[in-house]
Design a protein around this ligand. Sequence first.
Ligand code: NAD
Ligand code: TYD
Length: 379
Amino acid sequence: MPAKTILITGGAGFIGSHLVRLMVNNHPDYRIINLDKLTYAGNLANLKDIENKPNYRFVRMDICDFEGVLELLRSEKVDGIIHLAAESHVDRSIKDPFTFARTNVLGTLSLLQAARLYWESLPEKYEGKRFYHISTDEVYGSLRLTHPEGIEPPFSTTASSGTHHLAYGEEFFREENKYTPHSPYSASKASSDHFVRAFHDTYGMPTIVTNCSNNYGPYQFPEKLIPLFINNIRHRKPLPVYGRGENVRDWLYVEDHARAIDLIFHKGEIAETYNIGGFNEWKNIDIVRLLIRTVDRLLGRGEDEDMNLISYVTDRPGHDERYAIDSSKLQKELGWEPSLQFEEGLEKTVRWYLENQDWLDNVTSGDYMNYYEQMYSQR
Ligand code: NAD
Ligand code: TYD
């Protein structure tokens, strides 16, 4: 009997695939079930290396399929749920907010309700069970780009954990901050976070919520800034920088996020919220310049040869100015810390995309969508 059966939703996506790989490899005594609808963002090729492991199973299902999910929880005797399935791209949410409300809000509610019905039907009820919801720092809204008198940002500041780092403003997202989402994406995630907490407060479900900053690394869908721009630099296509490129994001290497999730799933306190971030703020334009330098160097092109690809375009509506996570609580209480410096992580990421051009080409051509039919339809 495996020690635990864990359902991971959205495991074929960017962060989910890193988490599934880590859980399957680190916990051979657990059974890991990856439930994913395989939307445009789901790609089973992300999990090629572990798809035949005995403690792994893939199930193609929509989190909104209440009956299907309930039956799966019962038949697999699921003890823990780590919920990542979501629509995740802000620009898509601006064009099509309903899909975000359907999956992120109603889908999360449906999953919570199925978990409640199943766990409450057991003699032990919620004992040993856990519903862990993965959310974003974007629910906190936007911070101002400010600087102390006479000092140009980024300036050095001290987090509540005592760590020194560079920042573009004096405020940070802390767990107790109020939610002020601005995009349909962040509004849908905020709503799902509230439902998760309501299921703890109303039914006693053992829930945890974490809010993480922007992730980067291998297997990210090339509609997000970093993989999109690496691919465009490779093909010498324009790099559409929104506004003046002055917006600030706080970046974390995806494997550091996956390690934090594993730690919090096992050691986090029920009903708590933890912010996850690496105190790593960057202006978009500085990242874009660093990406151009790194890609050009690795492809043996001349220094700064592709700087002219930068193309300033109309700003994203409601574009949040600055995100900055204070992850002191996680660092102090559970001892987590990021393992990579950004420059190191970004170089590793650029190398991965350049060495895995087949993956990028399969995704950009749409061929990846056939992987499920080829690999799973005969099983
Ligand atoms: P992603 O878009 O790469 O992957 C999402 C996955 O969910 C895909 O595999 C997709 O097929 C699946 N999915 C979508 N709708 C579904 C549905 N109705 N039923 C079942 N599966 C469905 O997203 P990501 O970047 O890996 O983000 C994963 C989670 O982490 C999301 O909840 C997101 O809000 C959160 N998050 C992301 C970041 C980031 O920087 N990417 C940062 C903080 C939090
Ligand atoms: P993105 O990767 O979409 O993540 P998020 O919106 O969740 O932070 O965008 C990161 C930053 O890069 C954000 O400030 C918007 C900006 N951006 C561009 O300037 N151009 C682009 O083509 C994209 C996709 C993003």
